[in-house]
Design a protein. Structure first.
Length: 123
């Protein structure tokens, strides 16, 4: 059974070398166990989605350039999430601030080919 995702949930990206945390929009007024509940619009880089440490995706032009400069040996670079669209597979019949709730099975796409998933729902 899926669970709802709240502020502080742990997120993972296959190209990041560490987990990140979800920061739910501060004006949200829907809570689960005293934590703000997330919705699919909580996808903004640096505001809602924090860094995953260092990125190893060659689709990321900064990583590709650093790798080329390193004679083809992978050179990880600091992750700057490039999420430009809402979470997918939200709970469409449960609206949080007029948008579907994020579930622990929801996914978020990064422009650099990372599929961001929920490692721990934060509850």
């Amino acid at each position: 059974m899926s669970s709802y995702v709240v502020d502080g949930a742990k997120l993972k990206c296959p190209f990041g070398d560490k987990e990140s945390k979800l920061r739910v929009t501060k004006t949200r007024r829907v809570y689960i166990n005293n934590s703000r509940q997330g919705n699919i619009m909580d996808f903004k880089p640096k505001e809602n989605i924090l860094s995953f440490g260092d990125c190893s995706s060659l689709a990321n032009p900064v990583v590709a350039a650093a790798t080329a400069a390193n004679h083809g040996r992978l050179q990880k670079m600091p992750c700057v999430p490039a999420t430009v669209s809402p979470w997918i597979n939200g709970k469409t019949d449960v609206l949080v601030g007029n948008f579907p709730a994020i579930l622990d099975t929801s996914k978020l796409m990064c422009m650099w080919c990372g599929v961001i998933s929920v490692a721990k729902d934060g509850q």
